[in-house]
Structure formats: C-alpha cells, structure tokens
Design a binder for this molecule. Structure first.
Ligand code: PLP
Length: 409
C-alpha cells in the first residue's frame, strides 16, 4: 500500500482556525438561540470598493471580445499590473524596484508556504514564536522539523516574542539560513521600527541568511516613521524577499491576489558553491507549478495602485482601525494588557487571571458568545495570550466589547 509523506505525520493537531471553527460549530449546534460574534479569524467583512468592482467588470467585458480576450496569464503576472505595483508601492516611496522583480500570485499564504521549497532540506529555518502557522507547517511538511518534544521541533530555531522583549524577538544565537519575519505582526499586532529591521538585515548580510519578510499588513501602518517595506532598509535588496497581499489591503481574501518581491540582487548558492539568482529560481518554480492569476482578477486589482482607488480602500482600512480602537478602549477599561491595534488589525491580549489561552477561549464562547483565537495556537510563547481581530462590522465589535464588559475578568 502507498505510504504517506512521513513529515505529514509530524504536523501538530489540525490547522488552528479549523479547530476554532469546530468548537464554534459544536457550541452553535448546542445553543441555536445564541448569536455568536466572531472576532477570531482574520477574514475581512467589508465589500470590495467601487473602483475595484468597476475594474473587475471591465475585465469580464474584455474577455468577451476577440481583440481583448486573454487565455493563460503570464506565470509572473501581467506586465500592466507589475508596473503599477512597482510605481505605486516602491517608486512613489523613493525605492528602486522593477516589474521583473515582482511576481503576482493568488495569495501570500501560498507563496510563504511554497517559497521554502527552493532551499535544501537541510536549510535551518528561524521563525518567531508566536507565528503565523503557515511558515512552520510548510517547513515541517518539507522535512525540516526534526523531532517534536515539549511543544517544539528540535530542527527549528524559535525566536521568542514575549512581553519582555515587547514582541520584537532577539537575533538567533545559532546559525540560521532562512528567517521568517512578519511586521505588522500576525498575531501580536506589533510593528518593527527601522532600527529593528536594520538589525535583521545586518544579521542576514553578515551570516549569508535570507529574510522572508511578510508585509501582508503594511497598509495598516499609520505611523509614517515606521517602515512599510523591508527595502526601506539599506542593504535589504541582497538579502530579503517580501510578500505582499491584497487580502487585508483591499478585501481580496475571497478574490485572491498577492505579490512576491524578489530583487535581482538576491543570490543563493548550490551545494558546489555556484551562485544562482533567486528571482530566476522562483520563476522556474512558478512556471512549473502555477498557471497564473486570472486576467479578470489582475484587472480588478489595478485601481489599488492608483491614487483614486487607494483613497477608497484607505477608508476601509480606517474603518477596521476604528474597530481596533473600540476594542482597545474596552480592554483599557477592563484593565487587560495588550499589544497591537494601532498600526495593525490585530490585538494580542494577555488573558486575565492567568487563564490558559484555550480556557479563555471557552470562557468567552460559553459566557458571552464572543470568539477569538487562542494565542497558544500560534506557538508556545502564545500561551496565556489571545488574539482579537478588527475585521468585523462596527456594531458587532461594539456588542462584543459590551458583552465582554459584563464578565468577571
Ligand atoms: N501572511 C500573514 C501574516 C497572514 O496573516 C495571512 C492571512 O491571514 C496571510 C499571509 C495570507 O494572505 P493571503 O490571503 O494573501 O493568502
């Protein structure tokens, strides 16, 4: 009989959000009269803006005419979109970037999960703890986990993000090859200053490491002194790949479009020491395993990279940040400590009375029907923490906070 990839047997539990959904479903089945408010999963709720909808319609119309019909899209994305991204996200901010350094894809989840396959199975990876689970699990599937004991894989280097270091982890104290960083962070909502990112870029340059920088939430940064891209840091073009997504920037969680930036300067070595351009390796990978993002979706994404289109989506981002402010105010009143929620859509709170993450989850679900995400699901350091998201509708967020305020916390 065929045997499974043994690495899959090492994966811990089911995917966190599936586990949360299962508990909510069970609760709802047992209490059909109760209205559950979800502040847990990181999915958006506001509809696409009118300029995006108009552009999607245009894309559909283009497909109806001989002259504008499109078949398979280019693996790396249509040139019109890549040029707009380069101009809007980078040139406008004084950063160098060419269209051929941008790869359009269907999701940062896919790309952050797939990127590791360009590297040797022996590559040492460093992830923060807590972490967006995709970085870890994709590496476990690829056989980089080693053995699992005491809540951790011994083949992985964990960078603790704790209250003590203000959720900005220290540099690793052993050599690593691939470093996953995410700022603004999911789940902690923490942001990185230029000085903090400079430390990582310098480390990567000195140690021949590569930074995989997940900027999925850069659009939430309000503080102009904070970097929105790793390429704002001197020297990052040689040692960093950046992942960006329209999911939370423009409500594309269901529409699907992201882009990955691989500067031409990033070189990686094979086992004989010959250098290869990482950009070309990713193109080779994508052209074998990926057939591009539909023309209609890429057309729909175009207004995101215009001033008029951005104004509309900024209104949505400010709406979500307004939700975050409601949550922060509620937590302040309850004397509950938290990080995030100012330049990020996530609020990472310390559970009251030292409850475990899952105990707090069940308390909120059972006593006030509010759903959040147990911090321990993001890693060992997440134990005793809980994540709330700002992606709901205002009335629900207000009701959730009002319900929380009635509990003995
Ligand atoms: N990266 C981080 C840090 C995320 O939190 C998420 C979604 O929750 C993603 C990537 C996935 O983005 P996408 O919808 O583009 O796949």
């Amino acid at each position: 009989m065929i045997t499974i990839n043994p690495n899959y047997a090492k994966l811990q539990g089911s995917y966190l959000f599936a586990e949360v959904a299962r508990h909510v479903k069970e609760y709802q089945a047992a209490h059909p009269d109760k209205r559950v408010i979800r502040l847990g999963i990181g999915d958006v709720t506001c509809p696409l803006t009118s300029s995006i909808i108009a552009s999607l319609h245009q894309g559909v119309d283009d497909m109806s005419k001989l002259e504008t019909f499109q078949g398979y899209p280019p693996y790396e994305g249509f040139q019109f979109l890549r040029e707009r991204i380069a101009a809007y996200d980078f040139h406008r901010r004084g950063l160098q970037m060419s269209a051929d350094e941008i790869f359009v894809s269907s999701g940062a989840k896919e790309d952050t999960a797939n990127f590791q396959e360009l590297f040797a199975p022996t590559a040492k990876i460093a992830i923060t703890d807590p972490v967006y689970p995709v970085y870890l699990d994709s590496n476990i599937m690829a056989g980089r986990g080693g053995n699992f004991a005491n809540g951790r894989f011994d083949g992985v280097v964990y960078l603790d993000s704790t209250l003590d270091n203000d959720f900005c982890p220290d540099l690793p104290n052993e050599p690593v090859d691939l470093i996953y960083l995410c700022f603004p962070n999911n789940p902690t909502g923490q942001v990185a200053t230029k000085a903090a990112l400079t430390k990582w870029v310098e480390y990567a340059r000195a140690n021949n490491a590569l930074i995989l920088f997940d900027a999925a939430y850069e659009a939430y940064i309000q503080d102009e002194t904070l970097p929105r891209s790793i390429y704002e840091i001197e020297g990052a073009r040689e040692v960093a790949v950046e992942f960006r997504s329209l999911s939370k920037t423009a409500g594309f969680t269901g529409t699907r479009l992201s882009y990955t930036i691989i500067p031409n300067e990033v070189m990686v070595s094979d086992e004989k020491g010959t250098l290869h351009q990482l950009n070309k390796l990713w193109l080779r990978r994508q052209s074998t395993k990926f057939n591009g993002v539909s023309y209609i979706i890429q057309k729909g994404a175009e207004p995101v990279f215009t001033e008029a289109g951005r104004k509309e989506i900024n209104d949505t981002i400010l709406y979500y940040l307004g939700n975050a402010a409601v949550i922060r105010k509620g937590l302040d009143a309850l004397n509950i400590a938290y990080s995030g929620g100012k330049n990020a859509p996530y609020i990472w709170l310390k559970t009251p009375k030292n409850l475990s993450s899952w105990d707090f989850f069940h308390k909120l679900l059972n006593e006030c029907q509010v759903v959040g995400t147990p911090g321990v699901g993001f890693g060992k350091c997440g134990e005793g923490f809980f994540r709330l998201t700002a992606f709901g509708q205002r009335a629900d967020v207000e009701e959730a906070i009002a319900r929380l305020s009635t509990l003995d916390l």
